[in-house]
Design a protein around this ligand. Structure first.
Ligand code: PLP
Length: 384
């Protein structure tokens, strides 16, 4: 089948990092140049500066920058001393890194289902997960939630549930940094928050980077120690098991410049989401919904396709028309071969349904309305 389509003049990017460079490329180059001049590539002054800025932005008391979102999760699970016999509740519909740290430390991730309205961990499934831990004789330690696509999970509900069972809550906010529930920003919604500064995340650097945020002085001290091989008062005084989890100074310098425009970029992402919402009003897809009182940082704009839709063909058609799309994520974690040994809170039908039907459309702060109209036109051309 050859259908003649007009490809827009400007090739469309799924996430346009070049457009951002046009805006602050000069400042970013100057920031990198400053690091080259002072030469403190590891734990240079920009690292502490960035941490202060991240605290001011999020409202969290402590920000511990680190080498990636995955290492942030590892540091969080290490500070909670996860070990064999321990269990942590994790949603099945998320990026694979979420449960890795639990498993690497010998703990047991218990996969639970998500809610189709916000794509995040479903409180009822958490209750089922608790029963699974009990029946297996595991020592359940905490709940690891995710703010998938940019919207935080129901942390008020999860925190209340956790407190009544003596559990902690960790927020994997790799996609939702910058979002809020009420007046509280991500970083203050759970006992510990982890995030990623991978280039494609809402706030990204030019390489790998991440951060752990918390209001707890004791946890923060211990995570600072874990980040550098478990150091004590002295660098060669090793008081606990640690890792090399530092963020490079150059990445911190880049992030500081990007953080200055982040609030404005979040507004632009929100506007782009509103435009999609309106353009897709009559489309046979389910549009993402933001729960009242919450905001999203719109890491992704993800729709649920109709049941009979051939997603692969839809993506191929859109690609041929110059529109990049992505599937986050095609297989839920409880169906991954590497995770066969881990228990689930039942069948997790929502995670399975979503993985076969979700589609993410181009999303970034520099999307133009005309580009979005073209994306929707191509989507509708196939669906109708
Ligand atoms: C990207 C991502 C991570 C991992 O972050 P890295 O910086 O790539 O290690 C973890 N969890 C979620 C939900 C993510 O989207």
């Amino acid at each position: 089948m050859t259908n003649a389509v007009e490809v827009p003049v400007k090739p469309m990017a799924f996430i346009d990092l070049v457009a951002q460079q046009r805006r602050i490329g000069v400042q970013i180059r100057a920031a990198i140049e400053r690091v080259l001049t002072h030469g403190k590539y590891i734990m240079g002054p920009e690292v502490a500066e960035l941490e202060q800025q991240l605290c001011a932005f999020s409202g969290a008391k402590h920000a511990i920058s680190c080498s990636s979102g995955t290492d942030a999760l590892l540091m969080a699970m290490m500070v909670y001393d996860i070990k064999p016999g321990d269990a942590v509740i994790v949603p099945s519909f998320t990026f694979p890194a979420t449960q890795e740290a639990v498993a690497i430390l010998g703990g047991t991730p218990i996969f639970v289902d998500v809610d189709p309205s916000d794509f995040n961990i479903a409180p009822q499934s958490v209750v089922d997960g608790m029963a699974v831990a009990k029946s297996m004789g595991l020592d359940l330690k905490g709940i690891l939630g995710v703010g998938l696509y940019g919207q935080p999970a129901d942390y008020e509900g999860l925190q209340a549930l956790a407190e009544s069972h003596g559990l902690w809550v960790v927020d994997d906010a790799a996609q939702s940094f910058g979002a809020r529930i009420g007046s509280k920003r991500v970083g203050c919604l759970a006992d510990v928050t982890t995030t990623s500064f991978f280039p494609a995340k809402p706030l990204g650097c030019y390489g790998d980077g991440g951060c752990v945020l918390t209001n707890d002085d004791n946890l923060a001290d211990r995570m600072r120690s874990i980040r550098v091989h478990g150091k004590g008062a002295d660098k060669y005084d090793i008081v606990r098991l640690g890792v090399n989890g530092r963020m490079d100074t150059i990445q911190a310098a880049i992030l500081s410049e990007k953080l200055k425009i982040f609030e404005d970029e979040l507004l632009s992402r929100n506007k782009a989401a509103e435009v999609y919402h309106d353009l897709l009003a009559k489309a046979p897809v389910q549009r993402p919904q933001i729960v009242a009182g919450r905001t999203s940082s719109w890491a992704q704009y993800t729709v649920i396709l109709p049941e009979q839709c051939d997603r692969d063909r839809l993506q191929a058609n859109m690609k041929a028309a110059g529109v990049p799309t992505m599937v986050y994520y095609p297989r839920p974690l409880h169906k991954q071969p590497a995770n066969e040994a881990y228990p689930c809170a039942g069948d997790l039908p929502v995670s399975e349904l979503l993985s076969s039907r979700v589609l993410s459309l181009p999303m970034h702060p520099y999307l133009e309305r005309s580009q979005q109209e073209y994306v929707v036109e191509q989507l509708l051309k196939y669906l109708n």
